[in-house]
Design a protein around this ligand. Structure first.
Ligand code: HEC
Ligand code: HEC
Length: 479
């Protein structure tokens, strides 16, 4: 046997081994990609369904594996504020849906849960306690308690029973994982989920030294400052009421957010997704464009009780004289920032946002096709338009005034302690029932003496004669 033949033989063996190795590595790579990273797009024909359930790109970084997410309330009900699973946190399930309104389900290797705009921007109301809640997309959520949701997840992850055996057992009631999936959940997905939730807790630890948000409220921009932009911790309180986002077609040119920190709707939509946990890369731009179109065209909901039209007609002239300059479409100052010294409402939300934060956010997506340029620091609150006002209670940026009737009273005569989160409507005072046994049982105690919760300021219309106030309120119901 010549050396040459031997070499060729060896060469063949080496090539064969190399091929096997390549196939193995490739196969493993494919296996890992398929089971952990493969993205299966979701698509909803209807724009409303897309708004409620469609992915905006939050599943990759902050989504929880769907099957784990589904069984957690059953395994750790003691960390929820009440019975009924996620419904006790103010999430609403529509009949026959896999997830509550505002929760998406998307496969990225394995099914994952994420949040959509509708988790904060959809509301419910009931005319009577025995009614089923009517779901209204793009309304400010009056029930969703995102802080208690975060705390529920961490308390569950910290519980020593948060183990593969305990969780896999529970999943088996809902779904048959294959042998391979079970191994992935046991050795990778469940331990990683626990780690990720505990890490998330650390990045939110600043919450614990500040007043609770309660349902329908959130400190939306401190997480952006401390988590997304890595700015140093400060002691500001940014608690703010969720906003309605319908009817954007009539809002063109308005400053956006309570303090007008944005002027572009597209940027507001995209920063909304980043604020919810989408990353610079995972953000779903086509999905968000659909959302923007939807909220631009969507009309505000009509008041569902009877309106006394002749009284409302009288109220219109009172509105024109006292309110229209700041609140009517076409009003001289509508949609602009009214300086804090003039409006006089609680200033904490305003002071939370800084010039440094605006500059850093404008830099954040430099080089990406979407980019941000329009964030800024202002010195007051926006004179928001009042479309769909009836469903936006409690009122003002911090949700400190439960009823429209109260807003037309001097601050010392406004309710100082009430309950929010109960969705039965109060047509007399215009707002959700915020006092009494039921409100107390289902609601969160809102104390206006707590820092950030002040109900001062906005003194317009408080000196009007009683009859004029009733007429004005009747008119406000028609907006
Ligand atoms: C976790 C809750 C939450 C989620 C999720 C959320 N938002 Fe918001 N959104 C808010 C809050 C709270 C405000 C008011 C914030 C402030 O200015 O303090 C707001 C304000 C807005 C505004 C400004 C409205 C106006 O009239 O000035 C728009 C528009 C908006 N959101 C769109 C979106 C879109 C689109 C999404 C999804 C991509 C989204 N939001 C997701 C809580 C949320
Ligand atoms: C000088 C401008 C100005 C005038 C005049 C004015 N408002 Fe306002 N209004 C504002 C500003 C600014 C805010 C937001 C303040 C905040 O949330 O801290 C606001 C908020 C409101 C809200 C709360 C909206 C929500 O979604 O919670 C209502 C309701 C309201 N105004 C009604 C009226 C009525 C009724 C009148 C007339 C009697 C009136 N306003 C007159 C500037 C004005």
């Amino acid at each position: 046997m010549s050396v040459k033949v031997l070499q060729t033989g060896l060469g063949k063996i080496i090539t064969a081994i190399a091929l096997v190795v390549i196939l193995l590595v490739g196969g493993l790579g494919y296996f890992a990609w398929y089971n952990l990273f493969r993205e299966v797009p979701t698509y909803y024909e209807s724009a409303e369904e897309h708004f409620k359930y469609g992915s905006i790109g939050t599943e990759n970084a902050e989504g929880i594996p769907y099957w784990i997410w589904l069984v957690l309330p059953r395994l750790f009900p003691e960390y929820l504020p009440g019975s009924g699973g996620y419904a006790s946190l103010g999430l609403t399930w529509e009949e026959g849906k896999e997830t509550p309104v505002g929760i998406s389900k998307k496969t990225i290797g394995f099914p994952r849960q994420g949040i959509t705009c509708a988790v904060c921007h959809s509301g419910t109301y009931r005319k009577k306690p025995e009614d089923k809640p009517v779901i209204v997309p793009a309304a400010p959520s009056n029930k969703f308690d995102s802080q208690s949701y975060l705390r529920f997840l961490t308390a569950s992850a910290k519980d020593p029973r948060f183990t593969p055996d305990y969780i896999l057992n529970a999943i088996a009631y809902n779904y048959d994982l294959s042998w391979i999936e079970t191994q992935l959940y046991r050795y990778l997905i469940i331990p990683q989920t626990k780690k990720a939730i505990l890490k998330q807790e650390q990045s939110y630890s600043w919450m614990d030294s500040r007043p609770n948000w309660g349902p329908g409220r959130i400190d939306p921009f401190n997480p952006v400052k401390f988590r997304t932009l890595s700015l140093p911790l400060d002691d500001t309180i940014g608690n703010s009421d969720m906003m309605s986002i319908w009817n954007q077609k009539q809002h063109q040119g308005f400053a956006l957010h309570w303090d007008g920190l944005e002027t572009s709707l597209t940027e507001t939509v995209n920063t909304g997704a980043i604020g919810d946990g989408a990353t610079r890369k995972s953000i779903d731009l086509p999905g968000l464009q659909r959302v923007e179109k939807y909220i631009t065209e969507l009309d505000p909901p009509k008041y569902p009780f009877e309106i006394n039209q002749s009284l409302a007609d009288k109220g219109k002239s009172i509105f024109d004289n006292n309110c229209a300059s700041c609140h009517a479409f076409g009003g001289e100052r509508t949609g602009t920032v009214i300086p804090i010294n003039e409006i006089g409402t609680d200033r904490h939300r305003l002071d939370m946002w800084t010039k440094e934060a605006a500059d850093a956010y404008n830099e954040y997506a430099e080089g990406y096709e979407y980019d941000f340029d329009e964030l800024r620091k202002t010195d007051g609150y926006v004179s928001v338009s009042l479309d769909g006002l009836w469903l936006r209670a409690p009122y003002l940026h911090n949700g400190s005034v439960p009823y429209l009737k109260d807003l037309l009273e001097a601050p010392e005569n406004r309710v100082s302690v009430f309950y929010r989160g109960y969705d039965v409507y109060e047509p007399e005072k215009v707002g959700f029932i915020a006092q009494g046994e039921e409100a107390k049982k289902y609601g969160f105690k809102y104390d206006t003496t707590i820092v950030g919760n002040s109900n001062q300021g906005h003194l317009y219309g408080i000196d009007l004669p009683k009859l004029d106030k009733s007429a004005l309120i009747e008119y406000l119901k028609t907006l």
